[in-house]
Design a binder for this molecule. Structure first.
Ligand code: ATP
Length: 512
C-alpha cells in the first residue's frame, strides 16, 4: 500500500472509531476544522498531560499558566503580528486554486532532494558491478540536483529577506512550477495575507473594538511574565508553560489535522540572562528531542531542521521534524527569541518588564528561549505511526493501533466470556475496583474474538477475560494487544500489573 492510501485509511479509521470527526459534519463540515471524539479526546489529554508533567512537574524552575484567548489588541501590534504575520499567497488563474508561494518553491526543492535520493538508490542496487565511470556519473547527477537546490534556496531566501514578492513570483515562473490541479503556469501576482482572525468585542455599535483570536499562546506568557516572576518569586533562569487553542487563517489547510485553522499549542518560554541564551537553546533542543524519543515512535522518525531564514527577533531557530505519512514535516519549533518580545511590550505598554538580578546587582530585560509544539501534530504523529494492518498466522487480518500504552485512550477492557452464569457480575466487580486507577471499558456484546478486534482497533493495551474458572480461582486471562499472548493473573495483582505497563511514570523517569 502506498503512503497516500495508508493515510486515507488512517483518516477513515480515526473517524470510524471515535478519534477524529470532521467539524459540524452534518452540514458537510468546515474546512480545516476537526472535532476530537470520545477516544481522541482521551488520547489528546494523555499527550497534553505527558508534556505538562515533563515540563512543569519535572522542572522545579518551570511553572504553568492559563491565559485568556482574547488579549488586548495592542498585544498584537507589539508582537509584530498585525504588521507581519503574513504568508505570501498566489492564485492559479485557471484552477482558481490558492497556494502559499513559499510552499510551492519548497515542494520544488523537495523534489530535487527526492531525485538525488533516487540516483543513490539506483547506484546502491547496481553496487555489485559498479565501476569508476558509473560512480562519477552518479556523483555528478547528485551534485547537479543539490547545486540546483542550493541556488534556488539562496535566491528564495534573498527574496524573502528583501520582502520582494515580484522576485518570489519570478522564481515560480523560472522554475516552471505548475498548479498541481490544472497543470497550468498561469499565476497571479504574489500578495501578503495576514493570518489572524479578527472579531469585535462588546456591542457592535459605539465602543466596539477589533480584537484577534490569538495566533499563538506565547504572547499570553510574555504579558504575564512579571506577574508570574513576582508572585512566584521566580529566579532567572525560569520558565512559564502553557497549553491552549491558537487560531490561524491558513491559506492552504490540508493534510488532516496537520494544518488546521483552529489548533492547540503547548508552549514554554524560558527566561534567561542575556548572553546565556545560546547555551540554553542547545540544552532545550536536546531536552525536547529526548521528550519525543521517550514517546517510543522510533528515533529514526525525528530530525532537526535549521531554519533557512531567521525571523527578525530570533538569533537561532531549529525545528524538530517528524516522519509523517507525507514525509518529514515540522512538529515543534525551538527558537531563541532574544529580548524582542519583552522589549516590544515595554515599548507599547510603557511598563518596565525587567528582572533585578541579585547576583549581578543590576536589572535587565531577560532573553527568551521558546519551545513550541503542536498538540494536534503530535497526535497525528502518534496515530499515524501506530496504525497497522496486520496479516495473522491463521490467515485472518486485524487493524491495530499499537499506541504507546501510556497514551492509549483506554488502558484496559473488561470482558466477561459469556453474558450469564454470574460472569457479568464478577466482571463488574473488577471494573468497579479498577476504574479508580485507569480509564477502562466494560463490554459484554459480541463474541470474545470480535471484542478483542475492537479493542485492538482503538489501541487498548490489555484485555481481561472473566471465565467460569474466575469464579473459583479469582484469576483472569490477561491478553496483550501487541503479542496477543494470554496469561493467567490473580485479580488482586491486576491493578499493579496494569499500572506497571501503562503508567506514565516509567516514561518520565527516562527523562530524568
Ligand atoms: P508551519 O511552518 O508548519 O506553518 P510554523 O513555523 O508557522 O508552522 P510555529 O509558529 O512555530 O509554526 O508554531 C509552533 C507549532 O505549532 C508548530 O511546530 C506546529 O506544531 C503547530 N502549528 C502551527 N500552525 C499549525 C496549524 N495551522 N495547525 C496545526 N498545528 C500548527
Amino acid at each position: 500500500m502506498n503512503n497516500e492510501d495508508l493515510f486515507k485509511n488512517i483518516i477513515g479509521h480515526s473517524k470510524e472509531y471515535g478519534f477524529i470527526f470532521p467539524s459540524s459534519e452534518i452540514y458537510d463540515g468546515l474546512s480545516a476544522t476537526y472535532d476530537y471524539g470520545q477516544m481522541g479526546v482521551e488520547m489528546k489529554k494523555n499527550i497534553r498531560d505527558f508534556w505538562w508533567k515533563a515540563m512543569v512537574q519535572l522542572n522545579e524552575n518551570i511553572v504553568g499558566l492559563d491565559a485568556a484567548i482574547f488579549m488586548h489588541p495592542t498585544t498584537w501590534k507589539a508582537s509584530g503580528h498585525v504588521d507581519a504575520f503574513n504568508d505570501p499567497l498566489i492564485d492559479n488563474k485557471d484552477s482558481k486554486k490558492r497556494y502559499r508561494a513559499d510552499v510551492l518553491i519548497e515542494d520544488h526543492m523537495a523534489k530535487l532532494d527526492a531525485k538525488a535520493d533516487k540516483e543513490v538508490e539506483k547506484a546502491a542496487k547496481r553496487f555489485e558491478n559498479f565501476d569508476a565511470a558509473m560512480y562519477r556519473a552518479t556523483n555528478e547527477r547528485v551534485k547537479g540536483y543539490m547545486d540546483q537546490k542550493e541556488a534556488i534556496r539562496t535566491r528564495f531566501v534573498n527574496a524573502l529577506e528583501a520582502n520582494d514578492l515580484t522576485e518570489v513570483r519570478q522564481i515560480i515562473i523560472d522554475l516552471e512550477i505548475v498548479c498541481p490541479l490544472s497543470g497550468s503556469k498561469n499565476w497571479t501576482e504574489v500578495r501578503q495575507f495576514n493570518l489572524m482572525f479578527a472579531t469585535e468585542m462588546g456591542a457592535m455599535a459605539e465602543g466596539a473594538s477589533t480584537i484577534y483570536l490569538r495566533p499563538e499562546t506565547a504572547q499570553g506568557i510574555f504579558v504575564n511574565y512579571l506577574n508570574v516572576q513576582k508572585s512566584g518569586r521566580m529566579k532567572i533562569p525560569f520558565g512559564i508553560a502553557q497549553t491552549g487553542k491558537a487560531f490561524r487563517n491558513e491559506i492552504v489547510a490540508r493534510q488532516f489535522i496537520f494544518r488546521m485553522r483552529e489548533f492547540e499549542q503547548m508552549e514554554m518560554q524560558f527566561f534567561v540572562k542575556p548572553g546565556t541564551e545560546l547555551d540554553w537553546f542547545e540544552k532545550w533542543k536536546q531536552k525536547r528531542l529526548a521528550w519525543h524519543h521517550a514517546i517510543g515512535l522510533g528515533e529514526q522518525n525525528y530530525r532537526f531542521h535549521a531554519h533557512d531564514k531567521l525571523a527578525h527577533y530570533a538569533n537561532a531557530a531549529f525545528d524538530i521534524e517528524f516522519n509523517f505519512p507525507f514525509g518529514f514535516k515540522e512538529l515543534e519549533g525551538i527558537h531563541s527569541r532574544t529580548d524582542f518580545d519583552l522589549t516590544q511590550h515595554e515599548k507599547f505598554s510603557g511598563k518596565k518588564l525587567q528582572y533585578f538580578d541579585p547576583e549581578m546587582n543590576e536589572s535587565y530585560v531577560p532573553y527568551v528561549v521558546e519551545t513550541s509544539i503542536g498538540l494536534d501534530r503530535t497526535f497525528l504523529a502518534v496515530l499515524s505511526s501506530s496504525y497497522k494492518e496486520e496479516k495473522l498466522e491463521d490467515g485472518s487480518e486485524r487493524t491495530v493501533l499499537a499506541l504507546p500504552p501510556f497514551l492509549a485512550p483506554v488502558k484496559l477492557a473488561i470482558l466477561p466470556l459469556v453474558k450469564k452464569d454470574g460472569l457479568p457480575e464478577k466482571a463488574m466487580e473488577i471494573f468497579n475496583q479498577l476504574r479508580f486507577d485507569h480509564n477502562i471499558i466494560y463490554e459484554e456484546k459480541d463474541s470474545i474474538g470480535k471484542r478483542y478486534r475492537r479493542q485492538d482497533a482503538i489501541g487498548t493495551p490489555f484485555c481481561i477475560t472473566i471465565d467460569h474458572d474466575t469464579l473459583v480461582d479469582n484469576a483472569v486471562t490477561l491478553r496483550d494487544r501487541d503479542t496477543m499472548k494470554q496469561e493467567r493473573v490473580p485479580i488482586e495483582q491486576l491493578s499493579g500489573i496494569v499500572e506497571e505497563k501503562v503508567g506514565v511514570r516509567k516514561v518520565l523517569e527516562r527523562l530524568g
